[in-house]
Design a protein around this ligand. Structure first.
Ligand SMILES: C[S@@+](CC[C@H](N)C(=O)[O-])C[C@H]1O[C@@H](n2cnc3c(N)ncnc32)[C@H](O)[C@@H]1O
Length: 213
């Protein structure tokens, strides 16, 4: 079986699991890491959707920094999009553009968003992050698609980033490695300044260096 097909099957499997658990909150089951030795203290809906505490953090970031434009890569079932949209709704302005590559997953996310009452805040696209065109300056960027392309993704959108805005990269734990190493590499290259939050799957909070005063 090809690499792309294996990835697609893994996403579809996670989607079915998410549907089976029906929104139940479970203890986080990603393995302990030196930076986060007790992951079970966190909660999750499923293995793809960001940890519940990270969803809460995303919503709070939106109300804290009041972005005009949020871009998310990797919508999956639209759960993190909805949490950020709640923040936008509370702010009373702003928009979120989120992209999902897989058409089947995209259709599920679109249906969930349509019935949420938050669809006015979300522009959901069935597109690849690396090909997505964005109009305007990005104030909050949440990179949550496929692990190996996160570095490319950040570099793709960096010129569009507000230097005072925030750039988040999920799945940056020392166990998952790829994203953490990508963030540290971009920091060494002088592109971003990064903080590594010690959550079960890891979260990079960064800012682009260029233009920052
Ligand atoms: C970790 S899940 C996203 C979880 C979601 N942000 C949440 O917390 O609710 C990753 C998703 O990215 C999608 N994906 C993979 N490569 C992509 C790409 N190049 N562009 C957009 N989406 C992609 C996958 O199909 C999958 O649904």
């Amino acid at each position: 079986m090809g690499w792309f097909r294996r990835k697609k099957n893994a996403v579809h499997k996670a989607m079915r699991q998410a549907e089976e658990t029906g929104g139940a909150v479970l203890p986080e089951y990603h393995r302990p890491t030196p930076e986060c030795p007790q992951p079970h203290l966190w909660s999750m809906y499923d293995s793809m959707t960001a940890e519940v505490e990270v969803l809460e953090f995303l919503r709070t970031l939106v109300t804290t920094i009041k972005p005009n434009l949020i871009v998310e890569t990797g919508s999956f079932l639209g759960v993190s999009s909805l949490w950020m949209a709640e923040g936008l709704q509370r702010n009373g302005f702003g928009r979120l553009v989120s992209c999902e590559l897989d058409p089947v997953v995209y259709a599920k996310a679109a249906a969930k968003i349509a019935e949420s009452g938050l669809s006015d805040w979300i522009d959901l696209r069935n597109a690849s992050s690396l090909e997505m065109k964005i109009d305007g300056t990005i104030d909050l960027f949440f990179s949550d698609s496929d692990l190996p392309i996160r570095e490319q993704e950040v570099k793709h959108f960096l010129s569009k980033m507000n230097p005072h805005g925030l750039l988040l990269m999920h799945d940056a734990s020392s166990h998952l490695k790829t994203v953490r190493e990508a963030a540290l590499r971009m920091e060494a290259e002088g592109l971003i300044s990064a903080v590594l939050l010690p959550t079960p799957r890891g979260l990079v909070v960064a800012q682009k260096r260029e233009g920052r005063r």
